[in-house]
Design a protein around this ligand. Sequence first.
Ligand SMILES: [Zn+2]
Ligand SMILES: [Zn+2]
Length: 181
Amino acid sequence: MIAERSNDARQRLEDEAQIAKTRLQVFWSENHQDYTSRALLQPYAEALRARKIDPDRLHSRGHCPFCGGAAWISSRKSTSDADGGFRYLGCSLCGLEWNYGRISCPACGEEDPHKLPIFRSDAHKTVRLETCETCRRYVKSIDLTLDARPIPPVDDLVSLSMDLWAVEEGYTRIEPGMAGI
Ligand SMILES: [Zn+2]
Ligand SMILES: [Zn+2]
């Protein structure tokens, strides 16, 4: 999978300028999953956010309130007034983290807790997979309530085996992490 991604990126570098431009424009306006376009547009989206310039993109439910990007990660953080910790989603495009306290699937909006099973692994105690039986998507969640140290990108990489398990079970991650899964 990782090799495929880098081949894709290399191939994209050889695209005609016009084709390359069109692919980026399609990603920007339609927000479908396109790992390479996402990586290419990340610095642009981050710069817009730093300058508070509205990116004028589609804002679907469960997506980033600033740029409309899909969530690549979820995290739980403790706050002084909530023992369980608040749930945040991390934007795959502009990097914003936003509070998403409600129990619902960020991809399809499913709210029935029985259709939103959570999977854990003894090997990675701070990581869990929040899955959805309705759309078969999942988001990886990192628990930052017990230990302030884990940094989501690192936890994401070391728990790659959980993504491989999820793919085998027929789930698709809402947005891939840095390893391309
Ligand atoms: Zn964003
Ligand atoms: Zn769903």
